[in-house]
Design a binder for this molecule. Structure first.
Ligand code: PLP
Length: 372
């Protein structure tokens, strides 16, 4: 977490630990803090404060949008095949349409046009892909939805977008937008669903009627305050951080391509966010690579971090048309505000030497087998 977010949340874990739904002065103090956080989040998203609903995480925000729209309006949802599982599984569970993507992971407009009809209630298209970093321009998708399914809502999972894109340029195209605190220097276990005024969703969680009946449950005041603080800091730093991190990412990828022959960048830099360095390394199994890299001080992943470390082939790469053999050598490195030049130097040296070691082992095994 960013230092400013930690500092912002600490008072609400001790002296200011009141429930904002109460009627006394301490409750009013907590309620004021939540209201200020709501104002700050709205300013960064470009929406009205009343359109901000605080949730328990990005997954909940995605589920609340999709299940909430179908519960209220009936019909069925639709999403591209490269969505995060928080969207994909929610759509599949409701018998929705899963739409083909192109080689960069963007939804194919022809396939989307075919999938939409008057029975479509909500379309969910991510702003930034969490595995390969591809950015999707939502304006043409909004136009297509309006044309083919005029009654449908457009939701975007912007969980991976907040650090890299000005959300004020995303919000005008959509009716609902999900964020998650831990993706921009805030705490885990707190999220946002921005829902445009007049867009009716049934609540996913019912109970005490908090968040104007849109999401019941006692507010996580410390988490909400810290999320807002982190989002404001990210927004303020974005114009300086994006070019700095993009330069680091380009140097990292160039170093890997030069030092580990047979490596290719999965998605071109112009199509993705600055912090994403996803590569495919020929003749390598990610599982052994990640194991040795961890020992060498490089923390990386192969696909999404959500599947309990499982090494299943990535559904995103499969949807993009990457074959199983090539996908087995996927390496997903993420850079952020704490990443330095020194980290990039270390990563290039560690990854290229681990790849060389693994290739030597494979060659030695093949030689032993041929001798036998
Ligand atoms: N959507 C995307 C694109 C993500 O990357 C993630 C988490 O990695 C989520 C949703 C889920 O967010 P959370 O972990 O807050 O539930």
């Amino acid at each position: 977490m960013g230092e400013e977010a930690v500092a912002a949340m600490l008072p609400f874990l001790s002296g200011r630990f009141a429930n904002p739904s109460g009627a006394h002065r301490f409750a009013r103090d907590a309620r004021r803090a939540v209201d200020e956080a709501r104002d700050d989040v709205a300013a960064v998203v470009g929406c009205r404060p009343g359109e901000v609903v605080f949730t328990g995480c990005g997954t909940e925000s995605d589920n609340a949008a999709i299940a909430g729209a179908v519960a209220r309006h009936g019909g069925r949802p639709a999403c591209p095949a490269a969505e995060h599982h928080a969207v994909l599984h929610a759509v599949e569970r409701l018998g929705g349409e899963v739409v083909a993507v192109d080689g960069a992971g963007r939804v194919r407009l022809d396939a989307l046009a075919e999938a939409l009809d008057e029975d479509t209630t909500i379309v969910s298209v991510m702003a930034v892909n969490n595995e390969v970093g591809t950015v999707t321009d939502l304006a043409p998708i909004a136009a297509l939805v309006k044309d083919r399914a005029p009654g449908a809502l457009l939701h975007t999972d912007a969980v991976q977008a907040a650090s890299w894109l000005d959300l004020r340029t995303v919000w005008p195209s959509v009716d609902a937008l999900s964020l998650s605190g831990h993706k921009f220097g805030g705490p885990k276990g707190v999220g946002v669903l921005a829902v445009r005024d007049g867009m009716a969703l049934d609540p996913l969680i019912v109970g005490g009627g908090q968040e104007r009946d849109r999401r019941s449950g006692t507010h996580n005041v410390a988490g909400i305050v810290a999320l807002a603080e982190a989002l404001a800091a990210t927004d303020a730093e974005r114009s300086v951080e994006v070019p700095r991190i993009a330069a680091l990412r380009d140097r990292l990828v160039a170093g890997l391509v030069a030092g580990a022959p047979g490596t290719r960048e999965t998605v071109a830099p112009a199509d993705k966010v600055a912090g994403s360095a996803h590569v495919l390394i020929a003749g390598i199994e990610s599982e052994s690579l990640l194991y040795l890299l961890d020992d060498a001080g490089v923390c990386a992943s192969a696909a999404s971090a959500c599947a309990s470390g499982a090494m299943d082939p990535s559904h995103v790469l499969a949807a993009m048309g990457v074959g199983r053999t090539e996908a087995a050598g996927a390496l997903r490195l993420t850079l952020g505000r704490t990443t330095t030049d020194g980290d990039v130097d270390l990563a290039i040296i560690a990854i290229t030497s681990v790849v060389a070691t693994l290739r030597e082992r494979t060659a030695a095994r093949a030689k032993t087998r041929s001798l036998a």
